[in-house]
Design a protein around this ligand. Structure first.
Ligand code: FES
Length: 101
C-alpha cells in the first residue's frame, strides 16, 4: 500500500493475471483488470480521473468501481477484483471478482 501513489495506477501480476491497482483520493484501493477490452493495452499506463482509469490509446474510461467503460470505443467491461487490506498489505485473489449488477 505504501508504494501506491494517489490517483496513479500501478500494474501488478497476481498469479499471472495483470491487474491495475489504484489508490483513490478517499484512500480506497481499487483493483481492475489491466488489459483494455478494446486492444492489448495496459490500462495502468493511462490516467486516473475521478472514479475512472482512462486507456491512453483511444480514450475509453473504465469505472474503477464497476469495470464498465463509460466512453467508447471499448464496450466490454474489465473485471473488478475484491481487495482486502490487512496491516497495510493488499491481498487480491484473481479468481474472485466483484458481482456488478
Ligand atoms: S485500446 Fe483501449 S480504448 Fe482502444
Amino acid at each position: 500500500m505504501t508504494d501506491l501513489t494517489v490517483n496513479q495506477a500501478k500494474r501488478v501480476l497476481v498469479d499471472g493475471v495483470p491487474i491495475a491497482l489504484v489508490l483513490d483520493g478517499q484512500g480506497d484501493v481499487h483493483a481492475i483488470g489491466d488489459t483494455c477490452t478494446h486492444g492489448d493495452i495496459s490500462l495502468s499506463e493511462g490516467f486516473v480521473e475521478d472514479d475512472t482509469l482512462e486507456c491512453w490509446a483511444h480514450g475509453s474510461q473504465f469505472s474503477l468501481r464497476t469495470g464498465k467503460p463509460l466512453t467508447l470505443p471499448a464496450y466490454e467491461p474489465v473485471p473488478v477484483y475484491v481487495v482486502q487490506i490487512t496491516d497495510g498489505d493488499i491481498f487480491i485473489d484473481p479468481t474472485v471478482t466483484k458481482e456488478i449488477s
